[in-house]
Design a protein. Structure first.
Length: 362
């Protein structure tokens, strides 16, 4: 009885080894080896998706799954986090699992605990190659808050003060924006740009005139006109990019600006005076004469923005900028009056502006 029982156990163990052996052979994962320089591992199984890494030739990965011509693999980042990536079949060759030679089955006593298989090492994700030079081109529109100004001129007329006032309210102007960027370091970018804005602004012009016959009888009138203002700015500066990859890329920078401004200033006012029988009088402004003046000034700017990836290398660019550029110039109304040649008007040629455009990063 003992001999027959021992033979039965032996036969059962042999049958079990033949049945389980193929299952373990199928459980082994297929491996692939990188064979092409410049191979890329991407976030999705799509040639247009973002590149995660560029593995070296000879790197071996285990295949988790296959989606058409893409292999799904696991990679380990520098922080030790395992992530999923996809590599195209044109970059790799497959390696079939090595078949183990069959050995004669031996009858052994069952062990207390089966030995645990050693964990499979996940290849470390290589760092993506850094490009030494990167170009960007932005085309868009600019909205600028154009600063207004106030000017008041007073002189003595008939031994009483005569006053001329010029007041232009601030307004918002729009125009095109063009900018070229060259990034030759990891985080720094040199930029050069062009913007131009123009606007017809709301101006109010007033005039007070003393009475030549009666003391303290001041006649007053005002008129409205729309002086034009055009500002052209050539920018150059440096931008800092703390985030160089990803769908959202913030940046901030500073630089210099060459500003050319053309605007209408008050040259003269034509008025009509009416004197009544009781020697009182009134005036009426019949014409406001403006003259277009050009000014050039160098200023400084600070700015910050965000680039939002639309697809591929195309981004939506949003930027805010503050330009500091003020100038004091002779006023054309008083520059020809003896004793008032040094009268000046203070103009702000800068201000706050916002830019919205499309940027291509090459």
């Amino acid at each position: 009885m003992k001999t027959r029982s021992g033979k039965s156990v032996f036969v059962c163990l042999v049958l079990v080894s033949f049945l389980i052996g193929p299952v373990f052979a199928q459980a082994q994962k297929q491996k692939i080896k990188v064979t092409t320089e410049g191979a890329t591992i991407r976030v999705k199984p799509d040639a247009a998706s973002e590149v995660m890494a560029t593995p070296e030739v000879g790197t071996v990965f285990e295949v988790e799954a296959k989606i058409e011509d893409w292999f799904e693999i696991k990679l380990k980042t520098d922080l030790g986090v395992v992530v999923t990536g996809y590599i195209h079949a044109i970059y790799v060759e497959t390696e079939e699992p090595a078949a183990e030679e069959a050995e004669p089955a031996e009858v052994k006593e069952p062990e207390a605990e089966p030995a645990q298989p050693a964990p499979t090492a996940v290849p470390k994700m290589p760092k993506p190659a850094e490009r030494s030079l990167q170009l960007s081109l932005r085309l868009g529109g600019l909205y600028a808050a154009m600063a207004g100004y106030d000017y008041e001129f007073t002189m003595t007329y008939y031994q009483e003060p005569m006053t001329v006032t010029e007041s232009v309210a601030k307004a918002g102007g729009m125009g095109p924006n063009f900018e070229l960027g060259i990034r030759f370091l990891k985080f720094l970018e040199v930029t050069a740009g062009f913007t131009s804005t123009s606007k017809e602004m709301a101006g109010k012009y007033s005039f007070s005139l003393p009475n030549r016959y009666m003391f303290n009888d001041i006649a007053y009138d005002d008129a409205e006109e729309n002086p034009s203002r055009k500002v052209t700015v050539l920018d150059f500066g440096i931008n800092f990019h703390p985030v160089r990859r990803g769908p959202i890329r913030p940046y901030f920078g500073l630089g210099g600006s060459s500003v050319t401004a053309k605007l209408d200033l008050l040259k003269d006012m034509v008025y009509r005076e009416t004197t009544y029988s009781n020697y009182t009088h009134k005036i009426e402004i019949t014409e406001v004469q403006l003259v277009n003046k050009s000014f050039n000034k160098f200023g400084f700017h600070v700015r910050g923005g965000l680039d939002f990836r639309l697809f591929g290398k195309l981004f939506l660019s949003v930027e805010g900028k503050y330009l500091m550029c003020k100038i004091d110039v002779p006023h054309p109304l008083t520059s020809t009056l003896t004793g008032h040649e040094n009268e000046k008007i203070s103009l702000d040629l800068g201000g706050i502006s916002g830019i919205l455009g499309i940027k291509v990063i090459l």
